[in-house]
Design a protein around this ligand. Structure first.
Ligand code: NAD
Length: 244
C-alpha cells in the first residue's frame, strides 16, 4: 500500500497505459480521479471494484480554453492532488511533407500544451502545501525522433523540456516533476501497426518483447511514491533496452 491516503489525477485513464496506472495506484491505496475523452466501456464494474476510490471525469483535454478551469474545479472538488499523471495522448502520423498543419497542431495541443496547463495548475496547488509528484508521459520518440511522427516527436520532446524546466522551478517548494519515456507498449495506440512494422520494431528490442501497460505503471508507481523522494527532473525510459 505504497500510495495509502494519496489522491492522484490520471489523464487518459480509460484504456492502455493510463488505465494500468489508475488500477495500480488504486491497488496501492490511492484515490484516483481519472479523465478520458468519454466514459469507457465497463466503467460501472471498475467503479464498483475500486470501492469508491475511482472517480471518472469525461473531458476533451484538446480543448485548451477549458483545461485550466476544468483542472481548478477538480482540485477544488477533490481537496487537492498529491500526484498528477499527464498520460493522455494521441497520434496523427504522416510524413512531414504531407502532414496537415491541423494534424501537427492537434497533436501539440493534446500531447504538449494540455499537459503543460494541467501540470502548472496542479503544480501551483501542490506548491502551496509543499508536496507533490508530477509524472509526464513522454516517449522514446521524443528523444530519438521517428520518421512519420514529426508532430508526435516534437510534442514529446517538448514534454521532456517542460518537465525539466518545471522541475527546476518547483523543487524548492517540495514538488517533484519527472517523465517516463515508454518504448513499444502493447495498447490500442500500437495495435494498428502492420505485422511487418511490428516484427521490425521487435528486432530492435534487446528484451525481445513489447512492453505491457503494467510495465509502465510500475515505473509510474515508483515516481509517484516516496521511494523516489530524491529524484526530480528525470526521464525514465521503459523500453526493453531499445535505446541504450
Ligand atoms: P491509448 O490510445 O491506448 O490511450 C490514450 C488515452 O488518452 C485514452 O484514455 C484516451 O481517452 C485519452 N485521450 C486521448 N485524447 C484525449 C483528449 N483529447 N482528452 C482526454 N483524453 C484523451 O494510448 P496509450 O498507448 O495508452 O498511450 C498513453 C500515453 O503513453 C500517451 O501519451 C502516449 O503518447 C504514450 N506512449 C505510448 C507508447 C506506446 O507504445 N503505446 C509509447 C510511448 C509513449
Amino acid at each position: 500500500m505504497r500510495l495509502q491516503g494519496k489522491k492522484a489525477l490520471v489523464t487518459g485513464a480509460s484504456r492502455g497505459i493510463g488505465r494500468a496506472v489508475a488500477d495500480r495506484f488504486i491497488a496501492e491505496g490511492a484515490e484516483v480521479w481519472g479523465i478520458g475523452t468519454r466514459e469507457p466501456d465497463g466503467l460501472t464494474g471498475r467503479l464498483e471494484a475500486a470501492g469508491g476510490r475511482l472517480r471518472w471525469v469525461s473531458a476533451d483535454l484538446g480543448d485548451l480554453e477549458r483545461v485550466e478551469e476544468l483542472t481548478e474545479g477538480l482540485i477544488k472538488d477533490s481537496g487537492g492532488f498529491d500526484i498528477l499523471v499527464n498520460n493522455a495522448g494521441i497520434t496523427r502520423d504522416n510524413l512531414s511533407f504531407r502532414m496537415s498543419i491541423a494534424d501537427f497542431q492537434k497533436v501539440l495541443d493534446v500531447n504538449l500544451s494540455s499537459p503543460f496547463i494541467m501540470a502548472r495548475t496542479v503544480g501551483r496547488a501542490m506548491a502551496r502545501v509543499r508536496r507533490g509528484s508530477i509524472i509526464n508521459m513522454a516517449s522514446v520518440v521524443g528523444i530519438h525522433g521517428n520518421g512519420g511522427q514529426a508532430n508526435y516527436a516534437a510534442a514529446k520532446a517538448g514534454v521532456i523540456g517542460f518537465t525539466k524546466s518545471l522541475a527546476q522551478e518547483v523543487a524548492v517548494r517540495g514538488v517533484r516533476v519527472n517523465a517516463i519515456a515508454p518504448g513499444f507498449i502493447a495498447t490500442d495506440m500500437t495495435g494498428a501497426m502492420t505485422d511487418e512494422a511490428r516484427e521490425k520494431t521487435l528486432r530492435l528490442i534487446p528484451l525481445k518483447r513489447m512492453g505491457s501497460p503494467e510495465d509502465v505503471a510500475r515505473a509510474a508507481l515508483f515516481l509517484a511514491s516516496d521511494e523516489s523522494a530524491y529524484i526530480t527532473g528525470q526521464v525514465i525510459p521503459v523500453d526493453g533496452g531499445m535505446f541504450m
